[in-house]
Design a protein around this ligand. Structure first.
Ligand SMILES: *Cc1c(COP(=O)(O)O)cnc(C)c1O
Length: 428
């Protein structure tokens, strides 16, 4: 690993646990050391040793217009001149809420937060408060941020009361979270038959994208919707990753579904720390100060974050085709090229892609849930990752992450990337 990055990482490890502020950045899934970034522009990111990479992470999703888009930078400049945070209402909050409710029909009212974690944490508290029930259901392999109730893994036994997925999560919290296998309608139906009246909500990643990218089987999302309705539970769509990335109304727009509550983050903040949760007005009105469920935030809805997020959304929503149309065009080109390359090289693979999100699996198993994702050739992935990095393409340093395109990725950038992939595969 190059010089300055290596020195910085050694120093970082003295003062920051593991040298990083979020674990995936430490490259533990691929070995080696992370590079430190000096600057980034468009689809390219440059490290402190002046090596430039084509970036397929985009800060893990927020940077859908690429790095440092002029419109967002300018909005941040202009807004900051008048103050950074007030802790009392500002007009941009209303504008943001209005935009979200116009773009996402299921959202009648919305609250801002400062991260996706806060959004999902608050949404499940709200669901519990609204239904006066304690249990929530999540799915194995879905990630919803790092709050206690959601850092839960499937336990053993038929009715899977969860086990803490992290030290420090009390068993008694985890027991209120039931973890089911994804894409398994029988398990879901059985659970609701046995204890449907105690379940406050199902929370699901609208398209699970934190353990590979996995698509729901035909009718599965509709089942989540009908079964919650039947038993008086709420359906929470976690669209922190997919919201405002796969179209104006996210996955619910693509699938024509109406969840009771939805969570957002990433793209909605334009690269600043932002999240949001919203949905049915009668449910949202259970929040303080009108209702009994507490939710707050010193920096929630601050003008800087609202300006960055709103500018990014407006940019995406404008033009002909709009940003989503452009992303689909580039995404389809990438997918076709990637399939052709893998076939040419005879590499066992599966490719899942929707719009600007993609995942390449080194396996020929069908990908139905996280178990299938874990059975891919991890060693091959590690070699592929490092060969690509070496040649100037930065894909996620973990076989469990989804890749992201931005509107700054051109067809030429994609073709350059496919050439790098081909060279990398030749070396392995
Ligand atoms: C990233 C993510 C979160 C957590 O958001 P943070 O802003 O990192 O707290 C929650 N849910 C999903 C689906 C995510 O992808």
């Amino acid at each position: 690993m190059s010089n300055l990055s290596s020195k910085l990482f050694a120093e970082a490890k003295k003062y920051i646990p593991g040298g990083v502020n979020s674990p995936v950045r430490a490259f533990r899934n691929v070995g080696g050391e992370p590079f430190f970034v000096r600057r980034a522009k468009g689809c390219r990111i440059t490290d402190v040793d002046d090596k430039t990479y084509i970036d397929y992470i985009g800060s893990w999703g927020p940077n859908i217009l690429g790095h440092a888009p002029v419109e967002v930078i300018s909005a941040i400049h202009q807004t900051a001149k008048n103050g950074i945070s007030f802790g009392i209402p500002c007009p941009a909050e209303v504008e943001m809420a209005k935009t979200i409710t116009e773009w996402v029909p299921s959202v009648e009212k919305v609250r801002m937060t400062s991260s996706g974690t806060e959004a999902t944490m608050s949404a499940i508290r709200l669901a519990r408060g609204f239904t006066s029930r304690d249990f929530i259901v999540k799915f194995d392999g879905c990630y919803h941020g790092h709050s206690d109730s959601l850092l839960v893994a499937a336990g053993s036994g038929a009715l899977t009361h969860g086990e803490p997925n992290s030290a420090g999560v009390p068993k008694s919290f985890a027991e209120k979270t039931i973890v089911l296998p994804y894409n398994d309608p029988e398990a879901l139906t059985k659970l609701f038959e046995e204890m449907g009246e105690q379940i406050a909500a199902i929370i699901v990643e609208s398209y699970p994208a934190n353990a590979g990218l996995v698509f729901p089987r035909e009718g599965y999302l509709e089942l989540l919707s009908s079964i919650t309705k039947k038993h008086g539970a709420l359906l929470i769509f976690d669209e922190v990753m997919t919201g405002f990335r796969l179209g104006k109304a996210g996955v619910q727009g693509l699938e024509n579904l109406t969840p009771d509550l939805s969570c957002f983050g990433k793209v909605i903040g334009g690269g600043l720390p932002v999240g949001a949760f919203g949905g049915r007005a009668d449910v949202m009105d259970f929040l303080a100060p009108d209702g009994p469920v507490y939710h707050a935030g010193t920096l929630s809805g601050n003008p800087l974050a609202m300006a960055a997020g709103l500018t990014q959304l407006r940019q995406l929503g404008s033009g002909k085709p709009d940003g989503f149309g452009k992303l689909e065009h580039v995404g389809a080109h990438f997918e076709a090229g990637l399939r052709a390359l893998m076939e040419k090289k005879g590499v066992p693979h599966r490719i899942n892609r929707v719009g600007s999100m993609f995942c390449l699996f080194f396996t020929d198993r069908e990908i139905i849930n996280v178990d299938d994702v874990m059975k891919q050739d991890m060693d091959f992935f590690k070699k592929f990752f490092h060969a690509c990095l070496d040649k100037g393409v930065y894909i996620a340093p973990s076989p469990y992450e989804t890749g992201f395109l931005s509107t700054a990725h051109s067809i030429d950038d994609i073709d350059e990337t496919l050439n790098v992939f081909e060279d990398a595969l030749s070396e392995i």
